[in-house]
Design a protein around this ligand. Structure first.
Ligand code: ATP
Length: 269
């Protein structure tokens, strides 16, 4: 199904993200309890649930911002459980940040360039004696930044300061910064927050073009149901810290347990 988005040669180098039995408590409250799911190569997986369901905690456990009490996270054959966020990023599991990474006085292009810092790092002496290797790296980084800007539909804003971007454009720039770190798995936590329905639709269409091109797979936590249903190949539903359901958008929309969880609010079954 979704692996069809990747050509066979690319697929051979791809790795699934595997979450097994993940658990985390805060002061006796099970924020996440025994959560298991996969993000397979070529997939966009949505992680949804009512407020307080444990989505953000789960996301933070996978990206290394929290250490889990139980369970494991594997990336291909590598056990990456409890690795620090920067270690995860180096391995190819990269999350986006809302606003915090964007420098408002810099242009769109300059912001995306800053996101390439890992790739562009050079020893200090090279700053004073830049040779061919440095110039080639610089060119590669600029080409990469230009391509990311273009794929995200921001080419017409490339030299615009981030301070004057619309909400929708800012959300795309946040994704662009994450893409600059060359993720295999792109992790998005409420990337469409504050977008109107038209902006969310545009955002979703762009997101779908990334998979199999700039990223292998995407895990998205999002409250905007229209967006999640539109972009996801598979959806995992959390409720009271546990996995309530998993399936295609069509299956999830027809699942009475999911409907009850959203309509029933705080009552635990
Ligand atoms: P929302 O959609 O409202 O953002 P969520 O599904 O992302 O919610 P979490 O933020 O993961 O849910 O919270 C799950 C539960 O864990 C909630 O009861 C929350 O109060 C609790 N919780 C989350 N983080 C902490 C923390 N750092 N300390 C104490 N309790 C926490």
């Amino acid at each position: 199904m979704s692996a069809a988005h990747l050509n066979p040669a690319t697929l051979a180098t791809q790795r699934p993200l595997t979450v097994r039995g993940l658990g985390k408590s805060f002061g006796g409250i099970h924020a996440v309890k025994d959560i298991s799911f996969d993000v397979r190569p070529g997939e966009i997986v949505g992680l949804i649930g009512p407020n307080g369901a444990g989505k953000t905690t789960c996301f933070n456990l996978i990206t290394g911002f929290y250490g889990p009490d139980t369970g494991e996270v594997r990336f291909g054959s590598d056990d990456v459980t409890g690795r620090k966020p920067y270690q995860m990023a180096r391995m190819g599991i990269v999350r986006s940040f809302q606003k915090t990474n964007i420098l408002k006085s810099l242009t769109v292009f300059e912001n995306v360039l800053t996101g390439h810092y890992m790739e562009a790092r050079q020893p200090l002496w090279r700053t004073f004696f830049p040779g061919r290797a440095v110039r080639e790296t610089e060119r590669a980084v600029r080409d990469s930044a230009a391509r990311i800007v273009q794929v995200l539909g921001l080419a017409h804003r490339i030299n615009t300061p981030a301070s004057v971007l619309s909400c929708g454009e800012l959300r795309l720039l946040e994704v662009a910064l994450a893409l600059a770190a060359k993720p295999q798995i792109l992790m998005l936590d409420e990337p469409a927050a504050g977008l109107n329905s038209q902006e969310a639709r545009t955002f979703g269409e762009i997101l779908k073009t990334l998979r199999g091109d700039l990223v292998q797979s995407i895990l998205i936590v999002e409250h905007n149901m229209g967006l999640v249903m539109n972009v996801s190949d598979r959806i995992v539903v959390m409720h009271f810290g546990e996995k309530l359901a998993e399936g295609t958008p069509t299956q999830i929309q027809a699942d009475s347990r999911v409907i009850d969880a959203y309509l029933g609010g705080g009552k635990k079954a």
